[in-house]
Design a protein around this ligand. Structure first.
Ligand SMILES: Cc1ncc(COP(=O)(O)O)c(C=O)c1O
Length: 398
């Protein structure tokens, strides 16, 4: 008899987004300005021992650099092979008991549910608009973990700080709260300082977005020293490659302010591109990240993405995820020449098919903030849909 699959793994699939070659790939929220130059210099100047030797057991210099950035101590920092891996270690370290449950506001980062499932923990999704109106909805089912993505992927919205604070205050001594801050480097207040003091809170961060190091796979998390030690037991030693850790540490220290300059340009270009998308009736949601989320031009995101990819521009389709249950598209923001190519390609596409009228009403009717939140009709199961239910796998990650 085959030992596979492990119980609970039946619904998991490999993660397989469309990564076929495309001239301009705006589909995965990576940094379109390139990698942090100081990190690249580390790789270019690599010594044989950087490859021959094992890395630090727990990436101590990287922990120091992350601690400096967050204003906490190295004892407050755990690290991993991408923040996916940090999330995995958190679930591994905290879950697995009978009745454990991850509660999350959806649609959101679509690897969260599979990662919980891989660690034997089922999950339950509450639509953002419901959770924002009534945070008790996230507490239903007596969850052991609450996951909040802030700013959120794929919608780009930033839930109000007070709302997160209210959950933290409500959950003292209760479920562990994870705040995923993969995009916080693009602006907004981090919960890292609070996580360093509060045993009920962990914050996760990544080098894959603002620092441009997705290929090096480096992520980190902030918690109390006791929380970090518990997570590190699940993480295990040697998790961050030696060169990855070295490159990530100089990038985090960002001595010449490369990240700030890039974020300023990214924000300018995002606003400009959002205005252009709006002019074309595609109603982008207000974003706080390095990507935009807008109505699928014809209403069929998978088909739109397929055709646009054939025309040289890769965007990520999200069926039934835009407010009102419409199909949405996610598009990375990059240097303006890239945004121009994307807009021109959309125009060429628009000349061959009829774009559906994007309804602003859907954006305005969605909850207590103007953040632009998807409504209840969003469903799970599609590529990155991330809707209610215990997500299996194979959904869009990055
Ligand atoms: C919200 C969020 N969290 C975590 C990750 C994982 O990032 P990485 O594993 O590359 O650090 C991503 C990647 O897209 C993300 O969007």
């Amino acid at each position: 008899m085959s030992p596979f699959p492990r119980p609970g793994y039946e619904k998991l699939t490999r993660y397989l987004p469309d990564r076929s070659p495309v001239e301009l790939d705006l589909s995965d929220n990576t940094n379109m300005w390139g990698p942090h130059p100081d990190a690249l210099a580390v790789l270019r100047n690599a010594e044989p021992d950087d490859v021959r030797r094992y890395p630090d057991l727990y990436a101590d210099d990287l922990r120091e650099a992350a601690a400096e950035r967050a204003g906490v101590t190295p004892e407050n920092i755990t690290t991993g092979c991408g923040s996916d891996d940090v999330l995995d270690s958190i679930f591994k370290a905290s879950g697995g008991a009978e009745g454990d449950l991850v509660s999350l506001a959806a649609p959101t980062f679509s690897m969260t549910q599979p990662l919980a499932r891989m660690n034997g923990v089922p999950s339950r999704a509450v639509m953002w608009e419901d959770a924002l109106h009534d945070l008790d909805r996230l507490l239903e089912g007596d969850p052991s973990v609450i996951y909040i993505c802030r700013p959120n992927n794929p919608t780009g919205h930033m839930v109000p700080e007070e709302w997160v604070q209210a959950i933290i205050d409500r959950c003292q001594g209760g479920p562990l709260i994870i705040v995923d801050e993969a995009y916080i480097d693009y602006g907004g207040t981090s919960f890292a300082l609070q996580a360093a003091e509060n045993p009920g809170l962990v914050v996760t961060r990544t080098l894959s977005k603002a620092f441009g190091l997705a290929g090096l796979r480096v992520g980190w998390g902030v918690g109390t020293p006791e929380t970090v030690e518990a997570i590190d037991k699940a993480r295990g030693p040697y998790k961050v490659a030696l060169l990855s850790a070295k490159a990530a540490a100089v990038a985090l220290r960002d001595e010449a302010g490369w990240v700030d300059n890039m974020v300023a340009e990214c924000t300018r270009n995002r606003r400009r591109a959002e205005a252009e998308l709006d002019r074309r009736g595609l109603a982008p949601l207000p974003s706080h990240t390095n990507f935009m989320f807008f109505r699928a031009p014809t209403g069929d995101a998978v088909e739109d993405a397929r055709v646009l990819r054939g025309m040289g521009v890769g965007l990520r389709p999200f069926p039934q995820t835009y407010p009102g249950g419409w199909d949405g598209m996610r598009c990375s923001v990059g240097p303006w020449s890239m945004m121009e190519t994307m807009l021109t390609t959309l125009d060429e596409y628009g000349a061959t098919v009829e774009f559906t009228e994007a309804s602003q009403r859907n954006v305005e009717d969605i909850g207590p903030t103007s953040a632009g939140l998807p409504t209840r009709s969003a469903s799970g199961g599609g590529p990155g849909g991330g809707g209610p239910g215990d997500g299996g796998g194979g959904a869009a990650s990055s």
